[in-house]
Design a protein around this ligand. Structure first.
Ligand code: ATP
Length: 222
């Protein structure tokens, strides 16, 4: 799906990551891990197209698909006067007409998305009433409704309790099972080992990219 050809992510001319070579296969599920400040989010934003590469090239095969993006909580204005259902419905854009509104299938998918994350009862609440965990559930429902071929998640479990994290992890696994390609920045190594078949570990001057199992073995022997 994406081939990285000596890709260096950073800001302007400032390189943050080492040069990365490799392929993100269609249908894969990859965790990006590494120490604080090593450039995980910077790399994700570069792959999503929010930042230009410092050097190197990204090749999309066949073409850049729609990307489902789950930003950290602060990126969405939680005082904005919209309801939970309206935010989740945004996952249907641009497939439905803004003027005609949601058709029956789209409304059904929005309802399913809300149910998956346990927010059905809160559908008509405005988002300023949500707790941090409920807010994150809502963003997951939106990404699930969107059903994009490629989904990128930046630290989706930060500040989220274990029960909610597990519910959200199940949504990620289901999206992977449905054939979507998943790429997530994560800190929890247990979750990475348990659920993510592929890992991209960023170090200061070098990156290791491959089967998670292999990387855990190599780390243990280091
Ligand atoms: N707009 C920017 N301009 C210049 N440098 C930046 C900018 N944003 C972030 N950085 C720097 O880039 C480096 C990598 O930041 P990034 O957020 O990608 O790291 P991270 O691995 O995701 O960290 P964490 O695990 O703490 O979330 C940091 O040193 C950070 O200070």
């Amino acid at each position: 799906m994406i081939e990285l050809d000596h890709l260096v992510a950073g800001y302007g001319r400032l390189a943050i990551t080492p040069a990365l070579c490799g392929t993100l296969e269609r249908g894969s599920m990859t965790a990006i891990v590494g120490a604080n400040g090593c450039g995980k989010s910077t790399l994700l934003k570069t792959l999503a197209g929010f930042l230009l590469p410092v050097s190197g090239v990204l090749h999309w095969q066949p073409a850049r698909p729609t990307i489902g993006w789950l930003a950290q909580r602060h990126a969405l204005e939680s005082q904005f006067p919209v309801t939970v259902q309206e935010v989740v419905s945004m996952g249907c854009w641009p497939r439905v007409s803004l003027f005609r509104g949601l058709n029956r299938d789209a409304r059904k998918r929005v309802a399913q998305g809300l149910e998956r994350v346990g927010l059905t009862a809160m559908a008509r609440e405005t988002i300023d009433t949500l707790s941090g965990g409920q807010f994150q559930r809502m963003l997951f429902a939106r990404v699930w409704v969107q059903n994009a071929p490629l989904v990128m998640l930046d630290e989706p479990f930060t500040g989220i309790d274990e029960i909610t994290s597990q519910i959200l992890m199940e949504q990620i696994v289901d999206m992977h099972r449905a054939g979507q390609t998943l790429l997530a920045v994560l800190h929890d190594s247990e979750r990475v080992t348990r659920y993510f078949p592929q890992t991209l570990r960023l170090g200061e001057n070098v990156a290791h990219w491959g089967a998670t199992e292999q990387q855990v073995r190599e780390k243990c022997h280091a």
